[in-house]
Design a protein around this ligand. Structure first.
Ligand SMILES: Cc1cc2nc3c(=O)[nH]c(=O)nc-3n(C[C@H](O)[C@H](O)[C@H](O)COP(=O)(O)OP(=O)(O)OC[C@H]3O[C@@H](n4cnc5c(N)ncnc54)[C@H](O)[C@@H]3O)c2cc1C
Length: 483
């Protein structure tokens, strides 16, 4: 087997692995980075940017929150179901992470608040061309890749790591498979695992979270995120953590429906379950809360319902409660609906009456009739007695045709799997660090309790980059201690 020598081997070149690679090389270490895919960046290429608390950009504008406030908000939100020391390290170092990224050449647009009740922590990358928006972070990943190469990192694409090498209880390297199917061994004093979780592995999703991907869960599946790093770490004796999906809500097969629908189903119109009943204040701005609520309904599904009057109103006015798209606009909603109907998109229903809507969607007709009567009464009186939706969002649903779009728990990828401490050292089942083994990013991101912390946006990418840097720094100190 071909042997390659390194100080540190880094498993994956996504957001976290690239941060670890650049940071380790800056510390003078000889770095070999193994990446399964033919490109770098992982899921982060789809995103917009990381969190930064008290970053240079937020300080200049005296923006809140401070590190202390952010920590309190975070820990209260998760009910202390997280390692407080790890959270503190992540948040306190996040502002410096933004400066570090800027020093590599990344440019950020001004942080602002994007969700109701959220803090301006999201540092959205200014992409090479066009407006900051979806996929903007790809520019940052490209810059990080370039810097890693310039610093001498040996970056091996299409070379998935398969298992860790152990000498006694110490990790001494990693084995990977080359494109030709041969095995190679990277001998290293420390290994950092950052393979991005199991968002592309329905079996693991089912086993560890209970969701049935494609039926009651429609999260993004970024190819190659199959839980490899977690499996390797567990095989090497790592403790596991609770695992969850980074939940929000959305439609099945969003690309088939078209991304122009995104602002539409975020409007605060009726959301009904299979009993035909409301189950949430539809103006709730926290997408993760909505995802949680949908996941509690029968078959984990609900319907976003509007009528002809509301449809026509949306042509000229969208109440933008929750999105980052700069100019939400569904003025062409008639064409959007026609296109979905023509293409036989199976999750959109157009009905001539409430009874017809119930028959097409499977909603209970009696429940639907009762609910519409109650809701329309609330609209008339200007007060939602059940969920206290603000009056300005109370619009009656009574003018055929009726429209319904099926919504599911959806969102990003997985969260958690490998137990680390606040130094990103991987712990064994006795809570002792496994010498030489570090994990960062999604594989080790078990800090949100049962619900993603929507109030501090940019959190998962921020955690990935900051913990990648931390892993490099702690691995460097460990290597130095070996003499
Ligand atoms: C559509 C979308 C938008 C998002 N937007 C944001 C946002 O704006 N802000 C935010 O904070 N978060 C966002 N996220 C989440 C964010 O992208 C992740 O938190 C982040 O990418 C995690 O970094 P990571 O390095 O752990 O994993 P990734 O960036 O996914 O990288 C994992 C890497 O591991 C590689 N890999 C897998 N197995 C192996 C193996 N065996 N050997 C070698 N390599 C392997 C993969 O190919 C991949 O390159 C978004 C996610 C999605 C899907």
């Amino acid at each position: 087997m071909v042997q390659i020598e390194a100080d540190v081997a880094i498993v994956a070149a996504g957001a976290s692995g690239l941060a670890a690679s650049v940071a380790a090389a800056q510390l003078g270490l000889k770095v070999v980075t193994l990446e399964k895919s033919s490109t770098t960046g992982g899921a982060a290429n789809m995103g917009m940017g990381p969190l930064g608390i008290e970053s240079r950009l937020t300080r200049a504008k005296q923006f809140q929150p401070t590190q202390d406030q952010a920590f309190e908000v975070f820990m209260n939100y998760v009910h202390w179901q997280a390692d407080g020391r790890l959270v503190r390290e992540h948040l306190n170092k996040s502002g410096e992470t933004i400066s570090w990224l800027e020093s590599l050449g990344v440019v950020f647009s001004e942080p602002a608040s994007y969700f109701p009740g959220s803090f301006p922590t999201w540092h959205i990358v200014q992409p090479e061309s066009g407006h900051p928006g979806p996929t903007a972070a790809a520019t940052m990943l490209r810059i990080m890749t370039q810097r890693a190469k310039e610093l001498g990192v040996k970056l091996m694409l299409q070379t998935p790591a398969t298992r860790l090498v152990k000498d006694g209880n110490r990790i001494t390297g990693v084995i990977a498979e080359t494109q030709s199917g041969d095995e190679i061994q990277v001998n290293a004093k420390a290994v950092i695992v950052a393979t991005g979780g199991f968002g592309d592995n329905p079996k693991m999703i089912k086993k560890h979270t209970g969701f049935d991907w494609g039926r009651d869960l429609h999260t993004f599946r970024i190819p190659g995120l199959e839980g490899d790093g977690m499996r390797m770490a567990w095989e090497a004796g790592a403790m596991s953590t609770p695992m969850r999906m980074e939940l929000s809500f959305g439609v099945a097969d969003p690309m088939a429906l078209g991304l122009e629908w995104l602002p539409l189903f975020h409007q605060p119109h009726l959301m009904l379950n299979l009993q035909g009943e409301r189950f949430i204040n539809e103006a709730e701005g926290n997408d993760s809360f909505k995802g949680n609520a949908i996941a509690l309904q029968k078959d984990r599904v609900c319907f976003f319902v509007f009528d002809e009057t509301i449809k026509n109103e949306m042509k000229s006015y969208l109440d933008f409660i929750n999105l980052v798209i700069q100019t939400p606009n569904v003025a062409n909603i008639d064409e959007m609906i026609q296109k979905a109907v023509d293409s036989k998109y199976p999750h959109l229903f157009v009905a001539n009456s409430a009874e017809d809507l119930a028959a097409q969607t499977g909603m209970d007709p009696v429940g639907l009739g009762t609910q519409l009567a109650e809701y329309n009464g609330f609209c008339e009186h200007g007060y939602d007695e059940v969920f206290i939706k603000p009056q300005r969002y109370l619009r009656p649903v009574k003018q055929a045709p009726y429209y319904a779009l099926q919504l599911y728990p959806a969102g990003y990828g997985s969260l958690g799997g490998i137990k680390i401490n606040y130094k990103t050292e991987v712990l064994d089942k006795e809570w002792s660090p496994i010498p030489g083994l570090y994990a960062s990013g999604t594989d080790a991101c078990n800090i949100y309790g049962d619900t993603y912390v929507f109030q501090l946006p940019g959190n998962t990418m921020g955690f990935a980059i900051t913990t990648g840097r931390m892993a490099a720094e702690h691995a460097a100190a460990y290597i130095k201690s070996l003499g």
